[in-house]
Design a protein around this ligand. Structure first.
Ligand SMILES: [Fe+2]
Length: 285
């Protein structure tokens, strides 16, 4: 008989795995500072302080690059909304609590480097960006109802998807500093994805059927975080068109690497429910 575990059982049984992965994560994720990646010598005052306000001719980035960075800063700036949702699931005890704090600080670091870069280089209209940020935060973000394992799977997918978005931004190769920043963010998101991936791996050992069901249901329902861009329009459609995050490549670049590391296809410990979820999953892919 498969063992069904509730969220509070899983939260406590996973504590040692969280502790171990948090220690590994911090050791690997440290080592960069957002201020190092901002060309401060290009900065000038705006009119309020006796300088010149932004105009479109001051932008040196391509439209695609500006767009990718704008989405990056708006997603990262929506952090309190994500924090609120994640903390509902993981706020219970020691290392879970510290992970939520650590993750939040890292996302904020992404927002700091992007915003500083965009303001100093005048790559985008600061007024439009600020208005979009305000609107995005007011709209907030509400996570679909999920149990713990689904939330862990979803986070592994979201972080992997963010890493893909940043890798594709870096691959544009139009501006070396933008590429460096984007690779830095991709490395952070890959590491965050690894944290969640390892927790899902541990959950597979504790409750295999329940975990494969969670993987199948989250992949079926997966949506990348989307923001409304300055001037309107959803970031999902615009990023797809620009080749920064293409839904057609999602299976190969986001789902497959995670499914391979979870050995979903070759597991021998599944009961009928897990087996059925695995079949649904392979039909989906
Ligand atoms: Fe992230």
């Amino acid at each position: 008989m498969p063992i069904e575990k509730n969220d509070s059982q899983l939260l406590s049984e996973l504590v040692p795995v969280v502790e171990e992965n948090l220690t590994r994560h911090i050791a690997e994720a440290d080592g960069w500072q957002p201020h190092d990646l901002v060309p401060w010598d290009q900065g000038k005052n705006f009119a309020f302080m006796g300088g010149t306000d932004w105009s479109a001719d001051q932008t040196s980035l391509s439209e695609v690059e500006s767009l990718a960075l704008t989405v990056g800063v708006l997603v990262a700036d929506n952090l309190p909304a994500y924090h609120r949702e994640i903390a509902k699931h993981l706020a219970l005890m020691g290392p879970w609590w510290r992970w939520v704090g650590r993750w939040t600080a890292e996302e904020n670091r992404q927002s700091i480097v992007l915003r500083n870069y965009l303001m100093v280089t005048r790559a985008v209209d600061p007024v439009a960006l600020e208005r979009a940020r305000m609107d995005e935060m007011v709209r907030g973000y509400a996570m679909a109802p999920m149990h713990l394992i689904e939330m862990l799977v979803n986070s592994a997918l979201e972080e992997k998807a963010a890493a893909v978005r940043h890798h594709n931004t870096a691959a544009l190769g139009e501006d070396p500093l933008v590429a460096m920043i984007a690779e830095r963010l991709a490395a952070d998101d890959d590491l965050q994805s690894l944290f969640y991936r390892n927790l899902v791996e541990a959950a597979l050992e504790l409750a295999p059927d329940q975990t494969v069901q969670a993987v199948a249901s989250r992949i079926a329902a997966f949506d990348v975080p989307s923001v409304v861009l300055p001037g309107g329009g959803s970031s999902t459609a615009v990023l797809a068109e620009a080749g920064i995050y293409d839904l057609a490549e999602q299976g190969e670049k986001v789902f497959s690497p995670l499914l391979r590391s979870w050995n979903i296809a070759t597991r021998t410990d599944l009961g009928p429910e897990g087996d059925q979820a695995r079949e649904e999953l392979s039909a989906l892919l």
